[in-house]
Write a protein that binds this ligand. Structure first.
Ligand code: CMP
Length: 468
């Protein structure tokens, strides 16, 4: 507004006092140009400034309001800039030809070879960028928000803007990289569109002694549920090489949001590590594992058997067991580690073992009307998975690790031995199962009395374990 007022005022003054100004310049100035030409130049400058402001106002009006209202999205900066340049040049030509009818501006431009060469050389890069920018906008090989790899240094990042001069990308280190349009137009650009299922490859190696079928199955199951891994396509795990130290595999998975591929790659590797640990698979590495060392020393992080015995004897239902029985149970227990968010038990699966929580926490979760609901949170020393083990029915709920969690798995055989020598164990277990069942039944709004339930359960457990 202020600029417009100033320009309008100067036009008014120049036009209003043109005669006086000419007379003044004629009597006081000792320059070769005629006073009339100087006044015309002043008029040209002020009218050009006015033309510039008018073009800007039209640009706001057309692209800010009309274009956005009609097409629902903002016009690209490049289109707006082209409009400004073309409109201003046209207005400037009109004003110039009105003020200086004797000068043929078009002929001046077209016939002046020197001017053309100078202008061409000076604007070589700028024009290159400009026209490459136009072709980028016309082709639309990528859009704002896509991840691209571009430039000689292979910069990868999310596209933030495409201007008449350069493509601006934000790298995954949060740096801003500007790649000029002309250099981008000359090079291959790798585009990972935002609304496309883009894939990633993650590599790992296993020992030759580990079965490939088992390794592939274990890794595929571990990766498919990781966050940001698309559920639409199952990840592919395959052998890429029979390497020097082991079998080399690759995992191909598809991402929901490609811009977060670094985090997702890391999560996939983490899931592979935990899955390997549980399935007793071994990563290969050039430094050979010496068997002798493994026998003499327990592997780092492995609890010694006294810790397991201590843990099991602290579990309520195992309290009545003798030291020998608890020791036998600890020897039969198999230790597993789960990452945060991993499923220890899946509802509906068949189950032939129960678990004691050694370290960490788990959530018992059921699905009500398609929405996951937490029924209970279990802590160190609690146990779970007993319902399917003792009744032979499918697992009643999901059990999911809330943090890195270590569990001790106790199988059917080990429990049967205990039942033979501890008949009371059946009863105490049946009470707990009955309570948990009732809690589940209450959620499903079916009311069942706990006493009858537990009596029925004792019979069911005895039947299932073939106890007299
Ligand atoms: P299971 O049915 O074998 O597998 C899921 C386990 O979740 C189940 O055994 C129980 O151990 C546990 N569970 C089910 N309901 C409850 C509950 N209400 N409170 C605590 N644990 C439960």
């Amino acid at each position: 507004m202020v600029a417009t007022a100033i320009v309008a005022l100067s036009i008014y003054l120049i036009y209003g006092f043109a005669g006086a100004l000419e007379t003044y310049l004629g009597s006081h100035m000792k320059i070769r140009a005629s006073p009339d030409t100087i006044v015309h130049i002043l008029k040209l400058i002020s009218l050009a400034a006015l033309a510039y402001l008018v073009v800007r106002a039209f640009r706001v009006l057309i692209f800010g309001l009309v274009f956005r209202l009609r097409s629902g999205y903002e016009a690209p900066t490049l289109v707006r800039n082209i409009f400004s340049i073309v409109a201003f040049t046209a207005l400037f030509f009109i004003i110039f030809s009105q003020l200086f009818p004797a000068v043929n501006l078009g002929a001046l431009f077209t016939t002046s070879a020197i001017f053309g060469v100078i202008l061409g050389l000076a604007l070589q890069d700028t024009l290159g960028n400009f026209f490459s920018g136009i072709s980028l906008h016309a082709d639309r090989p990528f859009q704002v928000g896509d991840v691209i790899t571009v430039g000689q240094q292979k910069h990868t990042g999310v596209v933030e803007s495409i201007s008449w001069r350069a493509i601006k990308i934000r790298t995954f280190q949060n740096h801003v990289v500007l790649v000029s349009n002309s250099s981008a137009a000359k090079e291959a650009i790798e585009v990972c569109p935002r609304n496309n299922l883009n894939a990633r490859l993650v590599y790992f190696s296993a020992l030759y002694t580990d079965s490939p079928a088992k390794t592939i199955h274990v890794v595929r199951e571990a990766v498919r549920e990781a966050e940001n891994v698309s559920q639409k396509i199952t990840p592919i795990v395959r052998i890429r090489n029979l390497g020097e130290s082991g079998v080399e595999y690759e995992v191909k998975y598809w991402l929901e949001d490609y811009a977060r591929y670094n985090d997702t790659d890391a999560l996939v590797r983490q899931r592979i590590w935990y899955a390997f640990r549980r399935a007793k698979l071994t990563f290969c590495f050039p430094t050979r594992t010496i068997e002798l060392e493994r026998k003499l020393r327990k592997p780092p992080g492995e609890p010694d058997s006294s810790a397991l015995i201590e843990r099991l004897s602290a579990v309520d239902i195992f309290a009545p067991l003798t030291v020998e029985e608890t020791t036998t149970l600890a020897q039969a227990a198999v230790r597993h580690v789960f990452a945060q968010g991993e499923m220890v038990i899946r509802a509906g699966d068949a189950g032939s073992s129960m678990f004691v929580l050694h370290n960490g926490r788990v959530r018992v979760q059921v699905t009500e009307n398609g929405i996951p609901r937490t029924v209970a949170v279990l802590n160190e020393g609690d146990f779970f998975g007993e319902m399917a083990l003792f009744t032979g029915e499918p697992r009643t709920a999901h059990v999911v690790a809330l943090e890195e969690t270590e569990v001790l798995e106790i199988g059917h055989e080990a429990m049967k031995k205990l039942f033979d020598t501890n008949p009371d164990l059946v009863e105490s277990l049946s009470h707990i199962i009955a309570e948990r069942r009732q809690a589940l039944a209450q959620r499903a709004e079916a009311r069942t009395g706990p006493t009858d339930e537990s009596e029925g359960l004792i019979a069911a457990i005895k039947r299932f374990f073939r106890l007299s």
